[in-house]
Design a protein around this ligand. Structure first.
Ligand code: BG6
Length: 503
C-alpha cells in the first residue's frame, strides 16, 4: 500500500489506525508492506518514529503493542516531490525491492491522502512510470480521497484525467461515511426486514431529517476549510451518500453496480433547486464565539488561526430537497450539518404521518393531534435505531405519552473500535467497489450543488457570524422547517427533543 501524503493528518489519524485494526483482526494480506511517500525529509527510521509518536495515540486505549510493532516494521518511507517524474522512478524501484523482500505478488494499492490539487498529477505520474498496468494476475488500484473536485466542472476534469490513465475498475473514490458500519447496516435494515419496506414511502412518511452535527471547530484545517466551507465539505459527499442509502429503491442484488445504479437513480431524481428556490430552501451560517455544552468558551470562526478576519466561509448549512419519484413525491428531505454545534450527533430521523385523531377527539387530546411516530437511525455517537410510539399513561384517565423502543448496537454486538476506514481499505484490497463512488454519482451530486454554489457566490452573506458556537445554527434554519409546519429534532447529551417555534 503506497500512501501519498504519508506524513499528513489523514495518514496519522485514520489510515495507520485503520491498518492497525485490520492487522489486529488478521485482515491484512500475509505478504504486505506500507510505503509512505511525501515531500518531508524522513528516513524509514524517522518515519516509523513519527508514526510511533503521532499515530499510535489515535488507537483505542487497550491496543496491542505487538500488533502495532508488526505494522510499523513493515512500513517504509520514500521522500519525493509529487510532481517530479524522478520520484516515480524511485517509487517503481522501491516497490520492486519491497516485492522481493516481502514476497508481494505485485499488487499495489495507491492511496492519495494529499491535498486534492495533486490528485490528477499523481495519477498521471504513476501511469507514466508504468505502474498502472495490470498483468500476470496482479492488480493496481488507486484510492482518491475527498474532496473530489470543488464543483461540477473540476469533478468532471478530474474524472477525465483519472480515466485517461486508469480504468474505472481500478478507481476507488472514497467517502468514509459509506465505511461506517451503521450506514451499511441501513441496507440490511431496509431490505432484510419485511416490516420496513412497505411503510418506507410517501404514503406513510411525512418527512426525513438528516443531521451531521459536530462540536469541533475548524481545528488546524483552516487552509483547506476556508476555500471549501460546510456545503462542499459535507453535502455532495457524506450527506448525499446517506440520503441515497435511505431513499434508493431495492437493488436486484448486492452486486456493486446494482447498488450504485440505484443510488445514482435516486440522486438523479432529486429536483435541482432554481435560483429562487436556493434563496428559500437553503440556509448558511458561520459561528461566532460562544460557550459549548461543557462550559468551554470558544473563539469565533473568524478568530481561528489561518482564517480571514472577514471570512465569508460557511460553517453551517441546512437545506431541503425533494425527490421526484413515485416513492418520495411530496416528502421533503431536510439536510443539516455544521461545526461548533452543541454535540456530536449524526442521525437520520424519519417522521411518519399523524395517526387520525378520531378515537381521541373527545378525550384529553381535544384540539391537539396525536404525536407522530418517529424512527431515528443513529450513526454517531451511539449507533442504533429507535422508534417513538404513543402509549397510554397508566391510570383511569386516557392520557397518551410518547415512549421509545430502542435498539443499540453495542448491546447486541459489542463496541469494536473503528475509524470507518477499515472496511473501505479492506474492500479495496478485495477489489469490491460497492462502497466507493462511481464517476457518475460524484458528478450528479455536484450538479445538484451548482445552483446553490452559484447563488451563494453571487450573493455573499451579510450577516456572518450568524450563530454563536454551542447553538444549533442560525434561526433561519428553524424557519426553513417552521414554514412547512415542522421542526428539527435537536439532541444534547441529556436527550433529544423537538424544537418548538419559540425556542
Ligand atoms: C470529513 C470532513 O470528511 O468528515 C470534516 O472534511 C468532518 O470536516 C468529517 O469533520 C466528519 O466525519 P466523522 O466521521 O467524524 O463524522
Amino acid at each position: 500500500m503506497v500512501i501519498f501524503g504519508a506524513a499528513g493528518d489523514l495518514a496519522k489519524r485514520k489510515l495507520f489506525p485503520a491498518l492497525y485494526y485490520l492487522s489486529a483482526l488478521n485482515q491484512l494480506p500475509e505478504h504486505f508492506a506500507i510505503l509512505g511517500v511525501s515531500r518531508e525529509d524522513f528516513s524509514t527510521e524517522s518515519y516509523r518514529e513519527l508514526m510511533n509518536t503521532e499515530s499510535r495515540v489515535h488507537l483505542d486505549a487497550d491496543y496491542s503493542e505487538d500488533v502495532w510493532k508488526r505494522l510499523i516494521k513493515c512500513s517504509y518511507y520514500l521522500q519525493g516531490d509529487f510532481r517530479d517524474p524522478a520520484a516515480y522512478q524511485a517509487l517503481a524501484e522501491k516497490l520492486c525491492k519491497l516485492d522481493d523482500q516481502h514476497k508481494i505478488p505485485g499488487n499495489y494499492l495507491f492511496y492519495m491522502a494529499t491535498p486534492p490539487a495533486f490528485f490528477g498529477d499523481i495519477a498521471e505520474q504513476i501511469a507514466a512510470a508504468g505502474l498502472t498496468t495490470e498483468q500476470d494476475g496482479h492488480w493496481r488500484r488507486l484510492v482518491i480521497e475527498k474532496p473530489f473536485g470543488r464543483d461540477l466542472q473540476s469533478a468532471r476534469d478530474l474524472n477525465r484525467r483519472l480515466l485517461n490513465v486508469f480504468d474505472e475498475h481500478q478507481l476507488y473514490r472514497i467517502d468514509h461515511y459509506l465505511g461506517k458500519e451503521t450506514v451499511q447496516n441501513f441496507l440490511a435494515f431496509r431490505f432484510a426486514n419485511g416490516v420496513i419496506e412497505p411503510i418506507w414511502n410517501r404514503r406513510y412518511i411525512d418527512h426525513v431529517q438528516i443531521t451531521v452535527a459536530e462540536p469541533l471547530g475548524v481545528e488546524n484545517r483552516a487552509s483547506y476549510y476556508e476555500g471549501t466551507g460546510a456545503l462542499r465539505d459535507m453535502v455532495p459527499n457524506h450527506l448525499l451518500a446517506v440520503l441515497a442509502i435511505i431513499a434508493m429503491e431495492p437493488p436486484i442484488s448486492f452486486n456493486a453496480d446494482e447498488i450504485r445504479d440505484e443510488q445514482a437513480k435516486v440522486l438523479r431524481a432529486i429536483q435541482p433547486l432554481t435560483p429562487e428556490e436556493v434563496l428559500i430552501h437553503t440556509v448558511r451560517g458561520q459561528y461566532g464565539s460562544g460557550v459549548m455544552g461543557d462550559g468551554t468558551h470558544v473563539a469565533a470562526y473568524r478568530q481561528e488561526a489561518g482564517v480571514a478576519k472577514d471570512s465569508q466561509t460557511e460553517t453551517f448549512v441546512a437545506l431541503s430537497l425533494m425527490i421526484d419519484s413515485w416513492r418520495w413525491a411530496g416528502v421533503p428531505f431536510y439536510l443539516r450539518t455544521g461545526k461548533r454545534l452543541p454535540g456530536r450527533f449524526t442521525e437520520i430521523m424519519i417522521q411518519y404521518k399523524h395517526a387520525p385523531n378520531a378515537a381521541f377527539k373527545r378525550s384529553i387530546l381535544k384540539e391537539k393531534r396525536v404525536e407522530p411516530n418517529v424512527m431515528v437511525l443513529r450513526i454517531q455517537p451511539s449507533e442504533g435505531i429507535s422508534l417513538g410510539i404513543n402509549a397510554k399513561v397508566p391510570g383511569q384517565a386516557l392520557q397518551l405519552s410518547p415512549v421509545e423502543m430502542n435498539f443499540s448496537y453495542d448491546d447486541y454486538f459489542g463496541n469494536e473500535p473503528s475509524t470507518g476506514y477499515e472496511t473501505l481499505i479492506y474492500d479495496c484490497m478485495q477489489g469490491d467497489p460497492t462502497l466507493f463512488k462511481r464517476a457518475d454519482i460524484i458528478e450528479i451530486a455536484w450538479q445538484l450543488m451548482e445552483p446553490i454554489l452559484d447563488i451563494w457566490s453571487a450573493l455573499p452573506p451579510r450577516d456572518f457570524p450568524n450563530y454563536a458556537a454551542g447553538e444549533w445554527g442560525p434561526s433561519e434554519a428553524d424557519d426553513l422547517l417552521q414554514r412547512d409546519g415542522r421542526s428539527w429534532r435537536i439532541c444534547t447529551p441529556g436527550g433529544c427533543v423537538r424544537r418548538t417555534n419559540n425556542e
